[in-house]
Design a protein around this ligand. Structure first.
Ligand SMILES: Cc1cc2nc3c(=O)[nH]c(=O)nc-3n(C[C@H](O)[C@H](O)[C@H](O)COP(=O)(O)O)c2cc1C
Length: 193
């Protein structure tokens, strides 16, 4: 008789990308990270484009379909990866809106207790530090257990990812690999608690 064997199921990581444009550098970085993730992590971009702006008046018995679907998808996720550009030293509105939509109704945040990580991306310098930390602040309130180290501030991202979504620089590829392995370990640690 065949022996029953435990099947290893990859951790479901919902990836939220804070840019809506087609040629987004941040989305390219997220796609490249998908390719570099260890087999224990399955990264999937969850689209936020169709989420209506958060409006408490819409929080009725029948909230917008897109909100319901988004909340269900995040509830199913084991972990969250936030990939954000920086707009005016802060988080782009579309990503903040996704956090707001997921955080409601009160007492029902779909993010509660999930392990998370942030990568911030810019074609310029300073690594979108402002966006990274403003996002971190909001995630504290919705109780995402955001990994502290390593931090990921990605500067000069213009030619960082090629057309096949591969990281072009060896040092950066190494960095992302380390970051994702640390994230996998962080997820394991937080899920044991
Ligand atoms: C409204 C707006 C504000 C911006 N503010 C910043 C900023 O504060 N810091 C920064 O590094 N880049 C800033 N940028 C430039 C973005 O980093 C750049 O457009 C980047 O490519 C956006 O990310 P994406 O390629 O993923 O869409 C800003 C861009 C826009 C459209």
């Amino acid at each position: 008789m065949a022996e029953a064997r435990a099947v290893d199921v990859a951790v479901d990581v919902a990836v939220l990308v804070g840019s809506l444009r087609k040629e987004s550098l941040t989305r390219k970085v997220a796609m490249a990270m998908k390719g570099l993730a260890p087999p224990s992590l399955a990264l999937e971009i969850v689209e936020i484009r169709e989420l209506p702006m958060y409006d408490q008046d819409l929080e009725t018995e029948t909230p917008p379909r897109a909100w319901v679907d988004f909340r269900d998808r995040i509830k199913r996720a084991d972990a969250l990866l936030f990939a954000t550009p920086e707009y005016n030293r802060s988080v782009p509105g579309c990503l903040k809106n996704a956090v707001d939509v997921g955080s409601r109704p009160p007492g029902n945040t779909v993010f509660n207790g999930k392990p998370g990580a942030i990568v911030s991306v810019t074609p310029f310098g300073l690594g979108a530090f402002g966006a990274n930390h403003h996002l971190r602040q909001a995630l504290v309130y919705v109780n995402v257990l955001t990994m502290a180290q390593p931090e990921a501030y990605i500067s000069q991202a213009r030619d960082l990812v090629d057309e096949n979504f591969r990281i072009t620089k060896d040092a950066s590829r190494e960095f992302f690999t380390k970051f994702l392995n640390a994230f996998a370990a962080w997820i394991e640690l937080t899920r044991k608690k």
